[in-house]
Design a binder for this molecule. Structure first.
Ligand code: AMP
Ligand code: MG
Length: 404
């Protein structure tokens, strides 16, 4: 079969995906904030509280009036503890002992740390002066109405803690994306007992299912399907009935037994592209029907991993009003990089070194899944570039921590 497919660039492909998924919106629901971990926020969350909620001592020490500078103070007999609401009144010459986190009395201008004074009976003598007030002012971190977490953010521990700290008990979040994972190939088996000569373990299916879990999607269907057109059409039909996103792997190239492209057409989907000038991942296929995005990912596992992050997560973000959680950072290369063919944009599995540079990991091609266990992400080699010298900056797609 000759290859008559039209090639699109990576950016054209992303634009096509963005446009298609912008019409597919996912419903949201209100959840208690702790139950929303991993979900994507549907609305900006505004603080209900001021933080700190009162002028608060940052040290164990003695609160004195604003501008009341002297060497000795009378020490008030009462100590204000964290959590106390009663406050003695300050006057010139008086110092009130306050513990870290306690509200300081009205009019306090500074707290002299206990380490800076000598206390005797009912007086304190200042041994050291410091410019710092050691008072955290009411509202200096957050004002009522300030945005605490933006819509489109995936909620992690820090976001949940901030929401709770700002008095927010319930949040509006998108329901989980329903993902169908379909692994194609006569050669793949899910049971090691069936590993006869010529067969390989299905790694794409489990990888996509685990990635789905990591990004809080619900895997609503996970099937391995043989290279058979009718079977592929029937399974795609079933998948688009129950999923928001379908991720197929394998069978998207132009081999005699690559049926995914034809099956997508036969199942009534609109195929938007099926050849992208990227390496790995050239035969990446994207199709839609109303409300559902279907990705025909290439068969090789490294391609699946990269394409999931670059394209599938992009679609997830588009459906949930956010930006892709892939973090792109410009970093210097730790080692020289060379390649022979330059007509495609290339994603190279790479390690983030301790000195802040990135280096390609030992990588034999897109079937070399173990290379990914050594990598923290990928750097991008632009079209037309054959050599990059150590120290040159590259775009690194970090998988260490998604921002969203
Ligand atoms: P294909 O795109 O179907 O020609 O597959 C490309 C390569 O990826 C072949 O070597 C396949 O055996 C391999 N492959 C396809 N699907 C999987 C899978 N689910 N798990 C592991 N390798 C796969
Ligand atoms: Mg195949």
């Amino acid at each position: 079969m000759s290859d008559t497919r039209q090639t699109v660039s990576r950016d054209e492909a992303l634009t096509i995906v963005d446009r298609a998924v912008s019409e597919m919106s996912i419903a949201h629901e209100k959840l208690p904030v702790r139950d929303a971990v991993g979900r994507i926020l549907a609305e900006d969350q505004l603080s209900r509280l001021q933080l700190p909620p009162f002028n608060k001592s940052a040290m164990d020490g003695y609160a004195i009036l604003e501008g009341d500078k002297r060497d000795k103070y009378e020490a008030h007999p009462q100590t204000i503890l964290a959590g106390d609401s009663r406050q003695p009144e300050l006057r010139p010459g008086l110092a009130v002992k306050v513990m870290t986190g306690a509200p300081v009395p009205d009019g306090a201008g500074r707290v002299i740390p206990v380490e800076h004074v000598t206390a005797a009976d009912d007086t304190i003598e200042v041994m050291r002066t410091s410019k710092t007030t050691h008072i955290c002012r009411q509202g200096e971190d957050i004002q009522v109405g300030d945005v605490v977490v933006r819509a489109g953010t995936r909620l992690g521990a820090v976001e949940i803690a901030n929401l709770i700290g700002c008095g927010i008990t319930e949040v509006d979040v998108y329901r989980p994306i329903r993902l169908a994972v379909l692994s194609t190939g006569n050669e793949i088996v899910d049971d090691p007992g069936k590993l006869v000569h010529g067969k390989i373990m299905n790694t794409n299916g489990p990888m996509l299912a685990m990635l789905a879990r990591r990004y809080s999607m619900d895997v609503v269907l996970e099937e391995s399907i043989p290279d058979n057109l009718d079977y592929t059409v029937a399974t795609i039909r079933k998948a688009v009935e129950c999923a928001d996103i379908v991720a197929l792997s394998g069978g998207v190239s132009v081999g005699d037994y690559d049926f995914v492209g034809t099956a997508l057409n036969d199942a009534g989907l609109e195929v938007h592209f099926n050849k992208v000038s990227i390496k790995p991942g050239r035969p990446l296929t994207f199709a839609t029907k109303p409300g559902v995005a279907v990705f025909g990912l290439p068969g090789n596992p490294v391609s699946v991993h990269i394409m999931f992050h670059v394209f599938v997560l992009r679609a997830v973000a588009g459906m949930c009003g956010g930006e892709s959680c892939l973090r792109e950072i410009e970093l210097p290369l730790g080692d020289d990089f060379r390649r022979r063919k330059t007509e495609r944009m290339e994603y190279v599995p790479a390690r983030l070194n301790d000195d802040g540079t990135v280096s390609a990991v030992d990588y034999h091609g897109s079937a070399h899944l173990t290379a990914l266990t050594e990598s923290d992400g990928f750097f991008v080699v632009p079209i037309g570039t054959s050599e990059l010298a150590a120290g040159e900056r590259v775009t690194f797609l970090s998988l260490l921590k998604g921002r969203r």
